[in-house]
Each structure stands twice: as C-alpha cells, then as structure tokens.
Design a protein around this ligand. Sequence first.
Ligand SMILES: O=C(O)CCC(=O)C(=O)O
Ligand SMILES: [Mn+2]
Length: 200
Amino acid sequence: MTELELRGFRIFPGYIDAGAQAALVEALRAVVAAAPLFSPMTPMGRAMSVRMTSAGRYGWISDRAGYRYASTHPDGQAWPAIPQAVLGIWRDLVSDVRDPDCCLINYYGEGARMGLHQDRDEADFKWPVLSISLGDDGLLRIGNVARGGSTVSHWLHSGDVVVMGGDARLVHHGVDRIRFGSSSLLSGGGRINLTCRVVD
Ligand SMILES: O=C(O)CCC(=O)C(=O)O
Ligand SMILES: [Mn+2]
C-alpha cells in the first residue's frame, strides 16, 4: 500500500476496495434512514452547502448557537451506532484501544464545498481525525496550523483514507470542489466524506 504524506496528513490512496466501498454505502444508508441528512447553518446564519448527519455517541452540529457536538440529532433522537466497517478502518489505522465517539457524515452534492477550517471542537487533539472518501472525487486543500500561508491541493478519490494527526492535527483544510458524476458508486452522484473523531 503506497502512503503519501502531505503537510503531515497521511493519505492512503485506494485503502478501501470497490466491494468494501459498496458495503460501506449500504451501511450508511441505514444510518441516514435513522438520522436523516440535514443542512446546517453556520453560526453567522449562512446555509452550509454540504448536508450532514452523524453516527456515534455524539454528532457534530452547527446552528446559530455555534459549532458543537450534541448527543442527539436535531430531530431529538440519539445518533445511530457507527458502522462496524468504519470502526474496522479506525482500529487498523488509528487505535485498537479507543473507538471514535463520532463519525460525521458529509454529503457533497453538485456544487457543494467546504471552506478552510480546523477541526477543533474535540477535547483532546492527541487523537487523530480519520477521513474516508466515497463517491465523486473531491479536491482537498491543505494549509497550515496558523491561518493563511501557502496551501497544497490533492484530489481524493473513492476509497481513499486520510489520517490527520500529530503535528498536523490542527492544520487548516477544506474541499474546494467535487467532480460531480466522476464516480458511479452513488447512484445519484455526489461525494460522501466520513470523519471519525474522539470527542471527549
Ligand atoms: O470532505 C472532506 O474531505 C473533509 C471534511 C472535513 O474536513 C470535515 O468534515 O471537517
Ligand atoms: Mn475538517
């Protein structure tokens, strides 16, 4: 398995094979049936272009009250369990001592993007964030721990996994655009990104 390193992000291209990607999508369908995708608002009151939901003890939400982890979906129900296949990847690449508390599920439809940000709502930055890409290609942009400065870009493809940890745990990152329709994994097109996080 080739592994790339970009600004401290460990990138595992094609870590998940085609059969396992399809099985993962099936497991995610069950999660989304129990915890429907919603369109979060930024604290400034702007609609985010990704739709999201979560699995695990916590889900990540955003609304006018701010960015935070919550133990229930906006509809009031507990989040469904994190699929075993996702936990398997976490145990292989991050830790078999502690499982993640949250698997955030982002769905990028045509034109969706995510601005440069840090993942910093977790209590302990010693735990990496694990990212899994499924479906259409997405252009990941990676910056620096401090705001500003140069950035590098890298196309993530279906089945790619990224570990954002160590000195890179607080590196700014975002997704500039997707190549809508570039993958046949999701029948309606689009990109799914899963990020597993230890929250507290
Ligand atoms: O979609 C991606 O590849 C990154 C998602 C992300 O950074 C996040 O959900 O915090
Ligand atoms: Mn992030």
